[in-house]
Write a protein that binds this ligand. Sequence first.
Ligand SMILES: [Zn+2]
Length: 1013
Amino acid sequence: MSLPAIELAVFKDNGFSRRKCRISGLWFWTTDKKRDTCGDTHEDEYTFIGAPVISGFSTLGKQLKDEMRAAFLGFFEQRQHTIIEPYPILARWRDDIHLTIASIAVFQPHITSGEVEAPANPLVISQPCIRLNDVDAVGRSGRHLTTFEMMAHHVFNRPAESQDIYWMEECVQLCHDLLCDTMGISLDEVTYVENPWAGGGNAGAALEVMVGGLELATLVFMDMVEDEHGDISIKGVNYSKMPLQIIDTGYGLERFCWAAAGTPTIYEAIYPESVAWLKNLAGFSGESVGMDDESLATLLAEMSRLNGIMNIEVGSDAEQMRAMMIDRLAKRGVEIDEERFSAVTEPLSRIFALPDHLHALANMIGDGLVPSNAKAGYLARMIARRILRMRDDLAIEISLCELMEQHLQINYDAARMKLNSAGLMAILAGEEQRYQEMLRKGEQVVKTALKSVDKDAASLQDELLFNLSDSHGISPDLVVSFAAGLGWKNLRLRTGFMAEMAERHAAQAKAAAKSQADSSLLDSVPKLPATIALYYEDIMRRKFTATVLDCIPITLAEDERISHAIILDRTCFYPEGGGQEGDRGTIGKAKVLDTRKVEDLVIHLCDRPQKGKIVGNLDWNRRKQLMDHHTAVHIVGGAARRILGPHIYQAGANKSVEMARLDITHHRRLLRGDIDEIENLANQVLQEVENTEKITLTRKDADSEYGFDLYQGGAPKGNEIRILKIADHDIQACGGTHHDQPIRIGTIRIVRSSAVQDGVERLHIVAGNAALLHSRQQEDLLREASDAFGVSTTDLPKTAERFFGEWKDQRKRIEQLEGEIVRLRTTGGGDDSIELDGVRLIIIEVEGDIKQMTKMVGELTRDADKPTLAVIGSTDGGGKLLIALTENSIASERYDAAAILKQISHHIKGGGGGRPTFAQGGGSYADGIADALAAARDLVEQSPPTSRAIDATKDAIERAIADGVVDQGEFALIKRAAEQAGLSTEQITTITEAVMDGHIDEQEKILLENLLS
Ligand SMILES: [Zn+2]
């Protein structure tokens, strides 16, 4: 069966009737007797442009948003809803999405699954969200935004437990009262469209609330779960009822503001000052596009009405949309040609998108996200680069920081930001710098990436665009723009591609979360009671007795010594988790080689079976070291946050016996000074904090008490949250093993930092005994080095510096001498250097590696007055060949280095390649070098001129005829041409003599013209 009609008293009492939309076919409720469309079709224009449907609000911008939000929250608070503070925009509590995309997302998965109690019930919230799936339409459609606040009232009913707050009837009544009483919307303007909702394995009846052609709200009644045996079918999928009934609503704050302002676009309702400021900066006005203000205003008003019925969606063709818009405008009496239309809409769409994008960027970075080329950081960088691109397209000459400063001042509630303004600006300045760098290098990168793409191609492969973006940070639109400059004139990017990129990143997050959940050690998990974790009761305990509950043979372990998985009723062995390796030791006679967790069972991976009662013994030294490292990671993380700023967030961590590493989000490389400061503070904490606190809270209490920074180590499962509190220094949800007294660690050293990726810095940490071992190793290294120099360790730096300086000088001298040898060999008139028609040929074997050879040929072919072909070979590392020609000389006109290499490299059983003026190759057969060089000599001396050489000769003769002067190069070419033209010796002599004197008279000219033909 499908869902029944949504028949409610609130509809009947207020004179609504149910009709079927003539266009969409959906059922809807309306009080307007004439209405036969649901309000969400291509015939339903915006009716509120210039005639606001919401009354009682006279402001615009931030003030309007604040008033609207207050009105909404106040309305529901008066009706027994608890106001919940908004959650962060970075969905730290989830591992399947990066950003909060809807108000319900803050309650998923723990609360919507029923596992965890809601923070209040019923509740009301205004949740900032970011959605990048419509990013291409922002600024163009008049209504799309990447960042918005979703106002919502939520209810979580458990009918079986008689927890029944309210359901459809009351929900729609509340919505109706809000719209018609509080917002003053006239009844006839409102339609409720029945359109079931499904997503993420859940589904339910839903109503879309349309006002004036704009969807102002959605009311979803989620009470079904996907079930192949279920008896309710929605969009071809079967569902059955679930124990929880959830009301998930969404009221778009910005849309309410727009409907109250009646401005042509949503951007002018919520960012009016910014739009005006940017128009001014960009010099945009009626005059700038060749229209008077009145006809521009008419055009924009008509366009915004049309925008309501023209859906600019992902995948739609921009040019086609433009043509359609122009056509429709004409039907309404607004004539405009394509050129002027673009002159108006192109700059305007950027002016509208900029404040939205700045708002999204402030939301993301302000919440602690550091831009990078990967994961969530990618999303921030993408937005930052879109802003910079739009700014450049508008020819606005102010920095990203200045744009942001203006935005924050006018539109932003800075108190909401976790990061301080200086931190935000430092990140933005870094982004601008990277952007400029990318612009400088991007062209070359694009050129290389596109080298096998046809110049007439109309599109590029998605993979290629994804790669350029992921590895070089060059956005697809920029790739297309670079490519246009490089000769690929027909390339286009389909509308919606940027959004697809964002979705791809979202999908990666989801896939990563899934693969983590999927990897399982056992084929099937035995039904046993959860293992009692003795390591939580007493962290210092290393010996225990327990009973073997199950002993499962294992065949496919990474460590081949592992033969059995032993499950006990209780254990001191900590299973691998939170980046900490699993414990080792013994269980009875069995060696425990690793410990893992599967569901709520601890699995001891052992080298033999055991049964009955056993005594377990932990490898204590190992565990102590792991605890040192694990606790140190917490302390260093806290210290980094204190020193570097609140944006520092753990991006990953690993704790092994040898060392620990902590990845933190930070916008620049760390200096040794930063690291020293963090290290000092970490060691101070060891001295100052006597005891760590270990607390277990329900998720609800943990969230409300400590917020989401608690989940630095990832999103924990379940309702019970273990928290490690190191005074106020670091408070985190963590299920690992930590010292009760930090001082037991002894000492913490941060050995070095390295860059994991843009925006993520890795700290390499040693603590406890590992720190001692590390310093001992360092001293050994010092001692060995000073022994080698024969000086004391204190003199080592000075000595090393002196030796290095001398070594560098000597190397330079050796290179000079090598060059000198080559010069001597090639200028002495011996076999190494011969001249052929004005080109010096140097074909020799030398000693040296490819770097030295490159230097030599550089030296030999540098002088433009000495056109040279150099072919040098070396037996270094299996045989190397290098061929170079003096650029822009008759040598380069006559020969092709890559072609020569191709013909001789088989002598050394190798290959290679290069340009016409420079080629290099290598092979496995060094003894073939002499043959290769001999072959090169034969080739050069005997080969007929290449077509390039013929062209060059023709050019030379033509030049000579034209200017009446024969220079040395031209002479050589003419002589050779005469020799090879099959003329008699006498004729050759005549021609040679004719041009030898350096100029040409009329008779000689005829001779040359004959030769030419
Ligand atoms: Zn921990």
